[in-house]
Design a protein around this ligand. Structure first.
Ligand SMILES: NC(=O)c1ccc[n+]([C@@H]2O[C@H](COP(=O)([O-])OP(=O)(O)OC[C@H]3O[C@@H](n4cnc5c(N)ncnc54)[C@H](OP(=O)(O)O)[C@@H]3O)[C@@H](O)[C@H]2O)c1
Length: 259
């Protein structure tokens, strides 16, 4: 299928590794020009080079913390007429409910709600004027099935989802869509850290903790980030202009509901 976005420009936040990088790869494969981001400049440069070498597309690098307004301004300056925005960011750390502080909540809301909203607000008017725009927010399966210990993440991401729901309906007539992808467990560095933490807490080998976590999934495996990237590229495509305001789970069947 030709996704119809060759030559389009995409800003992909937090994309030097993991799910963000997988989205960038799938968009590069579809022929998009990219602006990539991550805090560590060396990791970012290595990812940008790998994508340039593999796909032959233009890849700009904007190193910095997304929660810093200066980084967001630099991203927008690198692609003021971006056609596609993939919102992603680090997730709040695991913390028991009793230990969560007001500062933890403010930090989570800043990174997983206010930061993506700021980028959406900056880009939507131009997308609407040019009559093409695709916003994809990477949130989490925890928006639908909250996970104990990730309460800040679940709450801030649910806030983002609700905040953008009316804009998703308001802009679709201009061929601008806003959707969220809700990952279950994917094989990324963040997932590896969670496994290592669980192994340490329980005093079992890392491989045991990994095998048990994989066995808890109906798919008996973690998701491959490339599977996530492919869904992102489809939602970003010219083909997906009638899909907006949706929250699409990609979790190997982990969410147990029929709907
Ligand atoms: N993997 C999963 O199974 C899973 C499941 C549900 C939800 N999620 C959520 O999906 C998102 C991506 O997860 P992932 O597994 O892909 O994580 P990851 O493998 O740790 O990659 C995170 C990426 O984001 C960048 N990043 C982190 N904080 C940043 C910041 N403040 N500013 C700019 N860049 C930043 C990192 O680069 P630097 O460190 O160099 O900045 C890296 O490129 C997270 O919000 C996570 O909570 C993941």
């Amino acid at each position: 299928m030709d996704l119809g976005i060759s030559g389009r420009t995409a800003i992909v936040c937090a994309s030097s590794k993991g799910l963000g990088r997988a989205c960038a790869e799938a968009l590069a494969e579809a022929g998009c020009k990219l602006v990539l981001n991550g805090r560590d400049p060396a990791t970012l440069a290595a990812t940008a080079k790998a994508l340039r070498d593999r796909f032959g597309v233009s890849v700009a690098e904007t190193a910095g913390d997304l929660n810093d307004p200066a980084t967001r301004a630099a991203l927008l300056a690198a692609a003021p007429e971006a056609d596609i925005l993939v919102n992603n960011n680090g997730g709040p750390p695991f913390k028991t409910f009793a230990a969560i502080t007001r500062e933890d909540i403010l930090a989570g809301v800043e990174s997983n709600m206010l930061t993506p909203i700021a980028l959406v607000q900056a880009l939507l008017p131009g997308m609407a004027a040019r009559r093409f725009g695709r916003v994809i927010n990477i949130t989490s399966g925890s928006v639908r099935a909250p996970i104990a210990g990730l309460d800040v993440s679940s709450g801030a991401r649910a806030g983002l989802t609700a905040f953008l729901a009316s804009a998703a309906r308001g802009y679709v007539r201009d061929n601008v869509t806003i959707n969220a992808i809700l990952p279950g467990a994917f094989a990324t560095d963040r997932q590896q850290s969670a496994i290592e933490r669980a192994a340490k807490q329980r005093g079992v080998p890392i491989e045991t903790a990994r095998a048990e976590a994989e066995a808890r999934s109906p798919a008996h495996r973690f998701g491959d980030p490339a599977e996530f990237g492919a869904l992102c590229a489809f939602l970003a495509s010219a083909r997906a202009g009638f899909i907006t305001g949706q929250n699409i789970l990609i979790d190997g069947g982990a969410f147990p509901g029929a709907f």
